[in-house]
Design a protein around this ligand. Structure first.
Ligand code: CP3
Length: 339
């Protein structure tokens, strides 16, 4: 078993950082399109054998040091009773987004085994086949709420912020349901065999500090407190204005986007393991630039508690050579050879 990731998550000494990439499975891989062409995206998430196959594809090609189960953060809202569709070229769409207290009252906290058995089954299929740690994951309560209220992607987050400010009781009920759903979901993934779990708060960085503290953080903490026995990672895009608040989530490690200087993050977060943070678009650049940025990031993060990753998900346009260059550069690093 390659345990580099788990050692880095405990801040133990490692010869080089482990590497994996956010969204390492998916459309930049030709072999993904082959599997994906046989069904729609949600159908693929719900077919455990094929979801497991797609999870393995990036491992075969790049020998990453960790895997992440193929699934999506919007599967739980669908299980809570919302109609979800992935529209090609547009992304996720909820036909009836949440706008009123009555909309929130109509949701239910799902049973994980009963309503979302497929991801647990995918994990069980995978653990027998891989020799690297497997991440389970979920969307954080605020990020889930933003999709549920906006109905899809958003520019200004008008609807989610409107409910948060104009009907805080309804919003608190929604956040509480999301936290309970996500906490149970992560714990079930750990019990099914995931070696670590990640909570993705992609959009909490659109909040003012005051709202982040009141609305995003406590519910992320509530969900993470429900996870026992495996390390937890909290990723918040655009978190640089309130980096020092991140430990209050109670996570063991923190994912950081590419705008955070990792030596600064070290000063703020101390010895806590950090994950990141190459700009995913940089993988479209020349390979010598990619390689020098990889080395800079590793140096900034320092020898303990760094998991090399992107600062956000791989884009479908990413050239395979860019990914290969980043992986090769990380894998060639030896702390023992540094002066
Ligand atoms: O390899 C992996 O990392 C595992 C798979 C994974 C997917 N989604 C598959 C996917 C993971 C970890 C996610 C997380 C996810 N999904 C997040 C949080 C992390 C992040 O990137 O911010 C969010 C916000 C989503 C919501 C989502 N799913 C959007 C906005 C979209 C459409 C836009 C896009 O990037 O395509 C999806 C669809 C999706 N999720 C695809 C994949 C492979 C593409 C669907 C397809 O094949 O048509």
């Amino acid at each position: 078993m390659n345990d580099l990731l788990l050692r880095a998550l405990r801040s133990e000494p490692v010869e080089r950082p482990p590497i994996w990439m956010f969204r390492q499975a998916g459309r930049y891989l030709p072999e993904y399109h082959e599997v994906r062409s046989k069904s729609d995206f949600l159908g693929l998430c719900r077919d455990s054998d094929r979801a497991a196959e797609v999870t393995l594809q990036p491992l075969r090609r790049f020998n990453f040091d960790a895997s992440i189960v193929f699934n999506d953060i919007l599967v739980p809202p669908a299980a809570m009773g919302m109609d979800l569709e992935f529209v090609p070229g547009k992304g996720p769409v909820f036909d009836a987004p949440l706008r009123t207290r009555a909309d929130v009252d109509a949701l239910r906290v799902p049973s994980i085994e009963g309503d979302m058995p497929h991801v647990l089954e995918t994990i069980r299929v995978l653990v027998d086949q891989i020799d690297v740690p497997l991440f389970g994951f979920a969307g954080a309560p605020f990020t889930m709420a933003s999709y549920m209220c906006e109905g899809g992607g958003s520019k200004n987050f008008l609807h989610v912020k409107s409910m948060m400010w104009n009907d805080p009781e309804a919003f608190a009920k929604l956040m509480e349901m999301n936290a309970q759903t996500v906490g149970a979901y992560l714990q079930a993934q750990a019990e099914a065999g995931a070696s670590a779990v990640a909570l993705f708060d992609t959009w909490a960085g659109v909040l003012e500090r005051e709202d982040f503290e009141r609305w995003a953080l406590p519910y992320a903490r509530e969900a993470l407190e429900m996870v026992k026995g495996v390390p937890t990672v909290y990723f918040c895009r655009d978190s640089s204005p309130f980096l020092e608040l991140l430990p209050q989530t109670g996570a063991d490690a923190f994912g950081l986007d590419w705008r955070v200087d990792l030596s600064h993050a070290r000063e703020v977060l101390g010895d806590a393991p950090i994950m990141g943070n190459l700009d995913p678009v940089a993988l479209h650049g020349p390979t010598d630039m990619i390689r020098s940025r990889v080395r800079r990031i590793i140096r900034e993060a320092g020898p303990r508690g760094h998991i090399f990753n992107l600062g956000h998900g791989l884009l479908p346009t990413t050239p395979l050579e860019g990914v290969a260059a980043a992986v090769d550069e990380v894998k060639s690093w030896r702390w023992s050879e540094q002066g």
